[in-house]
Write a protein that binds this ligand. Structure first.
Ligand code: ZN
Length: 180
């Protein structure tokens, strides 16, 4: 998948996390937290020399590319579950938990999106290094564009709902009025 799709996927995933986190309500904080999700959506492709995050972090990419292959260990859910468990365990204070949740939600969105690509990912590593995919959506193809638009729409709706929550309006009441 293209970096743009992963960025939008990361934003949607972070927004979905923030909807359930009423502790973060200030608009600048919400925007930053969605930005953290966007970064999370890019992180696994640090193993690809032409990805957006690799170009931004060239020395890190040089080391990672030297040590690991693309869609190898950096595309394994096991690595991120381990890191997430470490984050939850060692998180300096509960008020920071949401930041980690946004980052890992972004990363998870990347893993799921790459599962829709014929290249797949080593979903069950270290039990198996076989790459698994659930669909054959071509990178940069029309189907990916449709997914990107849908994710963008979902992210937009979630961000609006977050802001409504921040203003004290209960989005649940609005949704129930539309569905009634
Ligand atoms: Zn990837």
């Amino acid at each position: 998948m293209l970096s743009a799709t992963h960025m939008i996927g990361g934003a949607a995933a972070a927004a979905a996390v923030l909807i359930f986190n009423p502790d973060i309500q200030a608009v600048p904080t919400l925007i930053t937290a969605v930005g953290v999700g966007v970064v999370g959506g890019l992180i696994p492709d640090i193993d690809h020399p032409k990805s957006r995050i690799s170009k931004a972090l060239r020395p890190v990419n040089a080391l990672v590319s030297f040590l690991f292959s693309h869609r190898g260990v950096f595309h394994t859910p096991a690595l991120y579950f381990l890191l997430y468990a470490l984050w939850v365990w060692k998180c300096p204070a509960s008020k920071y938990t949401a930041w980690g949740n946004c980052l890992f939600a972004g990363i998870l969105s990347h893993i799921l999106l790459d599962c829709l690509n014929p290249g797949g990912i080593p979903l069950f590593f270290p039990l198996s290094s076989r790459r698994i995919h659930f669909a054959k959506i071509k990178t940069g193809g029309r189907c990916e564009s449709v997914i990107r638009v849908l994710l963008g729409g979902a992210a937009g709706i979630l961000v609006v709902l977050m802001f409504l929550q921040g203003t004290g309006i209960n989005p649940g009441i609005i949704i129930s009025r539309f569905s009634a």
